[in-house]
Ligand binder design. Structure first.
Ligand code: SF4
Length: 334
């Protein structure tokens, strides 16, 4: 399961680590801040959820006060609907176990391996497909077994750091990792899957840019934004810093009922991302993880939304609508 961020923070925290420590973990407190304590929403909240609440204050600042349907709030607030169990919703919806090569390393697709770099995240998304993943069995990094496995397979040209969120690791640790991969001659690209530039934009700093652009590896960052309201001024700045450093920046979103299942919202998201030179990459159908049934959008609706996006946007701003199916050699286009 996604782990507490406090376990990965240094004794003398940097600015972003301080902000991470100040994240809100109490649903009642969050409702108070948003002036929703007396709303009917308060009756539907889980006050002590299994997958705890975690949301940085900067992200809360982008939520509308007094709006129980705010699309950012709905992504993080634990609701009793999570207790609903439906057939087809499982603890492990995308086949991580069958893809495990060695502990902490998944090999799902040709030429790419994915490293579970940490179990920590800056925000806990209620629809997260890895919310039940057992991070306790992932080794600390860099790890000889993982490096030897990548070294031995010359078909691997791209290493993906995932988690949890890899940018929750310290820059010292990430520097070590990046340079270890760069020593393996057949690895050409280093990709990061991260939500931190969106939810804690202070994470994009000089130290991060230094290791990310300091090796011979071509850097790619795939950020995760679901709604245009997430793209605040600090987020604009963080994205532009990444792009100006020469990093390819893409976005992946999850299609979520009540949050972004609206073509105007999705069109606005593509537009605002591209104003920061970020290309929309994937729009994922929900991974059917236990606890997330209330977020599901039907395939029929998803395809209709994509059609409306095609009508409203140039082709390069229309993300690929896909579903991940465990064991398949690629993500299935819908
Ligand atoms: S940031 Fe990503 S890994 Fe972390 S909880 Fe959200 S979706 Fe899951």
């Amino acid at each position: 399961m996604i782990t507490e961020t406090s376990t990965i923070l240094q004794h003398k925290p940097t600015n972003w680590q301080r902000k991470l420590r100040q994240a809100i973990n109490n649903p009642v407190h969050l409702l108070e801040l948003l002036e929703l304590s007396d709303s009917s929403l308060a009756q539907t909240v889980i006050t002590k959820p299994r997958f705890n609440l975690c949301v940085p204050k900067g992200y809360v600042a982008c939520m509308r006060r007094g709006d129980p349907y705010d699309p950012l709030l709905r992504q993080v607030l634990p609701l009793k609907e999570e207790n609903k169990q439906l057939q087809g919703f499982s603890l492990e919806p995308v086949g991580d176990t069958i893809a495990k090569k060695v502990p902490g390393l998944l090999h799902k697709y040709q030429k790419r391996v994915l490293l579970i770099a940490t179990g920590a995240c800056a925000i806990h998304c209620r629809y997260c497909f890895r919310q039940h993943y057992d991070y306790a069995v992932s080794p600390s990094l860099p790890n000889k077994k993982i490096l030897d496995t990548i070294r031995a397979d010359t078909s691997i040209s791209e290493v993906i750091l995932s988690g949890g969120d890899p940018l929750c690791l310290t820059d010292n640790r990430l520097t070590e990792l990046a340079y270890s991969f760069a020593e393996i001659s057949h690895v050409q690209r280093l990709r990061l899957h991260t939500r931190l530039p969106i939810v804690l934009p202070e994470r994009v700093n000089e130290e991060l840019l230094a290791w990310l652009t300091g090796t011979r590896l071509q850097p790619v960052i795939v950020v995760h934004a679901n709604h245009p309201n997430e793209i605040s001024n600090p987020v604009n700045k963080a994205l532009q810093q990444l792009v100006e450093a020469g990093i390819t920046v893409l976005n992946q979103s999850v299609l979520l009922r009540g949050i972004n299942d609206n073509s105007s919202v999705l069109v606005a998201l593509s537009e605002v991302l591209f104003s920061n030179q970020v290309l929309p990459y994937y729009l994922h159908q929900l991974d059917r993880v236990r606890g997330a049934t209330h977020f599901e959008v039907s395939d029929k609706t998803a395809i209709q939304l994509l059609t409306k996006m095609r009508e409203a946007l140039p082709g390069y701003l229309v993300p690929k609508l896909v579903r991940e199916i465990g064991g398949m050699p690629y993500k299935l286009p819908l």
